[in-house]
Design a protein around this ligand. Structure first.
Ligand SMILES: [Zn+2]
Ligand SMILES: [Zn+2]
Length: 146
């Protein structure tokens, strides 16, 4: 599933920004995973029917402009967003996903590069949403079985 880091990682570096471009970021390595989450919290945090996250190592992620505002969504999850335009940029959950940042796919410079490899919390999926073909489906999270 996850590819080991390699010398070619710099070729996989990518950038992203919020809608107003006050926040810009750069990711040094390739994403570890791309996940679509259908849980109700993700619906609320994004305002959309589900969220797609590009999972990267926190140490590979760096803000190149601006600073994020934070919202403590749960006792474990912090949402980092642009305080100026409101765009959600990434979530962090150090208790469950130590060292990882979940980037909102729409903030990446080229969102079409990323297709979810898994759809999680399908138990809360809106009936009209069809998960992308070939992705793994989980009723909750992979740790909790499918
Ligand atoms: Zn902004
Ligand atoms: Zn979720």
């Amino acid at each position: 599933m996850t590819s080991p880091a390699s010398a070619s990682d710099h070729l996989n570096a990518f950038r992203g920004s919020c809608a107003c471009s006050q926040l810009r970021y750069e990711v040094a390595g390739r994403p570890l995973q791309v996940v679509a989450c259908h849980c109700d919290l993700c619906k609320r945090m994004s305002g959309g029917p589900f969220c797609v996250y590009v999972v990267v190592r926190e140490k590979d992620f760096r803000l190149t402009a601006g600073a994020t505002s934070r919202y403590q969504a749960t006792d474990r999850t912090t949402k980092h967003f642009c305080g100026s335009c409101g765009t959600p940029v990434f979530n962090a959950n150090p208790a469950t996903y130590q060292g990882l940042a979940m980037l909102y796919v729409g903030t990446t410079e080229d969102p079409k590069r990323y297709e979810p490899r898994m759809n999680i919390f399908c138990e809360s999926k809106l009936a009209w949403v069809t998960p992308n073909a070939g992705s793994q489906l989980f009723s909750r999270s992979p740790g909790e079985g499918s």
